[in-house]
Design a protein around this ligand. Structure first.
Ligand SMILES: O=C[C@H](O)[C@@H](O)CC(=O)C(=O)O
Ligand SMILES: [Zn+2]
Length: 275
């Protein structure tokens, strides 16, 4: 488990490319046969990747940094199949996950084991502390409500699906969804916003290997960028915008934790105010 510390907005102006990447970019989450995790002090989120190999179950181990007897002893967890498909067995109960489906695992689950149906099955993990137990539930990509946003003229036609949220799968504080860009569209979350009450992380996927996303972060009046490739994540502190443009269309899992769960509780930023 890698540990990341928080940053202050005033630090950002002095960070060079390598330092920006060290603080905010999460690389190498997916390694065949492994679970890899990153603990950030920002809202105590754990980001992870589980890449089981067909025929070899991969358990979610509890790591020393959590000082708990099982990963979910004090945490809730969301699992999203961003490549391939498989199932997740939670305390003996099996949940099939097709590509882009999401499993929410409530606090108190003891055994979580990942199984791959295909080669190169990648489960993205997003976990936050929880102070209440909510039922373990699947949200299917094909079944959740879709919000269509954006225009072709601004290259941001996209579909937003909310999986874990106030009107969907209930949770203690975790909020998670998926945004899929239409072919020919490249911008997400433009105009951008902040929500000083929640940290948000994006995991970009479905981006061809030779393409990149230029992700914007920082306070609106002093932005920086981080260049990401497929299946990399980026941590945006609560004071930071989080928006990106790809050299190709892509999808991403957005997930948040913090003070409240109201999706609409955003502070919008005018494009003309960005610096
Ligand atoms: O707070 C919410 C998040 O930033 C995302 O839902 C935004 C997003 O997916 C988009 O506009 O494309
Ligand atoms: Zn946001």
């Amino acid at each position: 488990m890698q540990v990341r510390h928080q940053t202050h907005p005033s630090q950002v102006s002095g960070l060079d490319t390598a330092a920006l990447r060290d603080h905010y970019l999460v690389e190498d989450l997916f390694r065949a046969g492994e679970v890899r995790t990153v603990y950030t002090h920002a809202d105590r989120i754990v980001l992870g990747g589980a890449a089981p190999v067909p025929g070899t179950p991969l358990p979610l181990a509890v790591e020393a940094e959590l000082r708990s007897t099982s990963f979910c002893e004090r945490r809730e967890l969301a699992v999203v199949a961003v490549r391939g498909s498989g199932r997740v067995v939670v305390d003996g109960e099996s949940y099939e996950l097709g590509l882009r489906d999401c499993l929410y695992v409530g606090r108190g689950a003891v055994d979580v084991v990942f199984h791959a149906e295909e080669d190169q099955t990648h489960f993205y993990l997003f976990s936050t502390p929880a102070h209440a137990n909510f039922p373990t539930t699947v949200a299917r990509f094909a079944e959740v409500d879709v919000v269509r946003l954006g225009e072709q003229s601004t290259a941001n036609v996209r579909e937003i699906r909310k999986f874990v949220h106030l009107d969907g799968i209930g949770s203690s504080q975790l909020v998670l969804g998926m945004t899929t860009l239409a072919e020919g569209s490249v911008w997400n979350t433009m105009p951008p916003h902040t929500h000083d009450r929640r940290t948000e992380c994006y995991l970009y996927f479905d981006l061809p290997e030779q393409h990149r996303v230029v992700h914007l972060l920082g306070e609106p009046e002093q932005t920086r960028h981080v260049v990401l490739s497929n299946e990399q994540a980026v941590i945006s502190p609560s004071w930071s915008i989080h928006s990106g443009a790809g050299t190709h269309s892509y999808s991403f899992v957005w997930a948040m934790a913090g003070e409240n769960q109201a999706y609409d509780d955003m502070d919008p930023v005018d494009v003309t105010d960005l610096r």
